[in-house]
Design a protein around this ligand. Structure first.
Ligand code: DX5
Ligand code: ZN
Length: 219
């Protein structure tokens, strides 16, 4: 069964605590926090202060997806504010190795993220360093976009690489356009964690949607 990481990007910000508690009780293992700077992606969302505010209200793993230019500038702040995992895009910095090392040095799980247009070969030199690889299944920047099926071959490739190489010890996450239908093929290809924003928080009952994703991969 896949792990579910609801993205608060699509949650009701005014009643955020209620939304978080609902998915927590539904059995979501991870809470996905999308940080956008208006440069790497057009939108501006929220920053480290939100991580600090959320930290005391849940035991879920806080997964901070940094869609910001030169993310190494903010690694320490996110770690100090309670992030359990920090994800940095290979497209956002010329110093991806340093950024990942900085994350590891803070004792936090390190994740490298690739856009739909970025090949797996680009992150091969850092695969030995990471705890998780996030394969974007939409172009980053907004919730509610359509899943891009061509990204599945990259999940297969990463799954093969980790099976063939004992130096690699990473999980695979998918993010964008995930629902109880689109989650199945990436799960079969090797994905371990599924981010879902609009599918979960766009519903009357977010808890049911968390369960529906899990059920769809219970085979
Ligand atoms: C997109 C974000 C996603 C977003 C997913 O840039 O990285 O985490 O919240 O939203 P859905 O699940 O609606 O595609
Ligand atoms: Zn995300």
């Amino acid at each position: 069964m896949i792990k579910v990481a609801p993205s608060i990007l699509s949650a009701d910000y005014i009643n955020l605590q209620k939304s978080i508690e609902a998915v927590d009780q539904a059995g979501a293992e991870v809470l996905h926090i999308d940080v956008m700077d208006g440069l790497f992606v057009p939108a501006i969302s929220y920053g480290p202060a939100w991580v600090k505010a959320i930290r005391p209200i849940t035991q879920m793993e806080l997964d901070c997806h940094l869609m910001i230019e030169n993310p190494e500038r903010y690694v320490d702040t996110f770690a100090d504010n309670g992030a359990d995992l920090i994800g940095v895009h290979v497209e956002a910095t010329p110093h991806i190795h340093r950024a990942l090392q900085m994350i590891k040095n803070k004792g936090v799980k390190a994740e490298v993220v690739i856009n739909p247009g970025t090949p797996v070969s680009l992150i091969k030199p850092v695969l030995y360093l990471v705890d998780q690889v996030l394969v974007m299944t939409v172009n980053p920047g907004f919730g509610g976009q359509q899943f891009i099926p061509e990204t599945i071959s990259k999940i297969k490739q990463l799954n093969r690489l980790r099976n063939e190489n004992e130096d690699y010890d990473f999980t695979i996450e998918i993010d964008g356009g995930i629902n109880d239908q689109t989650v199945v093929k990436p799960y079969e290809a090797g994905a371990d964690v599924a981010v879902a924003g609009s599918y979960v928080f766009g519903a009357e009952n977010p808890a049911e949607r968390v369960q529906a994703i899990k059920k769809a991969t219970d085979f």
